[in-house]
Design a protein around this ligand. Structure first.
Ligand SMILES: [Zn+2]
Ligand SMILES: [Zn+2]
Length: 143
């Protein structure tokens, strides 16, 4: 089983990912955009068991967004966001946090396989990945 050991910028909090993520994607949804202040979010989503805080839990602060069913888990010391949760309580870990902890190289098996919620996008993307209008089971963007 794959495991990925991550820590925040100041090293106080450690997060261990294990097994397979539920989702590897570029998410263009409005919620990610509002929560993360980014036009789209390169993410991996994990169940709670597969994304465990393994050290420094006492340094983790949780912010519940006032209107979205999303929470941000961040280090109260350095402010780095370790993950946010979505409406089904998956832990959405930024691809860039994983890359930063692996010599700035995202492990190849965690590469995004699709764009999701593409109908809510604010930027057009011209790569060869499938572009789902909503979630993975939704129709593809016809172009
Ligand atoms: Zn920290
Ligand atoms: Zn999203």
């Amino acid at each position: 089983m794959n495991t990925y050991n991550l820590h925040c910028d100041c090293n106080k909090v450690a997060l261990t990912l294990s097994g397979e993520p539920k989702v590897k994607a570029y998410c263009h949804c409005i919620d990610c955009r509002e929560l993360l202040n980014s036009p789209f979010a390169p993410v991996t989503a994990w169940t709670e068991e597969n994304a465990a805080i393994t050290a420094g839990e006492e340094h983790v602060s949780i912010y519940q967004h006032p209107s979205l069913r999303m929470k941000k888990y961040f280090c109260s010391h350095c402010g780095e966001v370790l993950f946010n949760t979505n409406c089904v309580d998956w832990r959405v870990v930024p691809q860039l946090l994983i890359a930063k902890n692996h010599d700035h190289q995202l492990p190849e098996e965690l590469t995004a396989t699709a764009h999701i919620f593409y109908e809510q996008r604010v930027v057009d993307i011209s790569d060869d990945l499938p572009k789902h209008l909503r979630g993975f089971s939704s129709p593809l963007f016809a172009g």
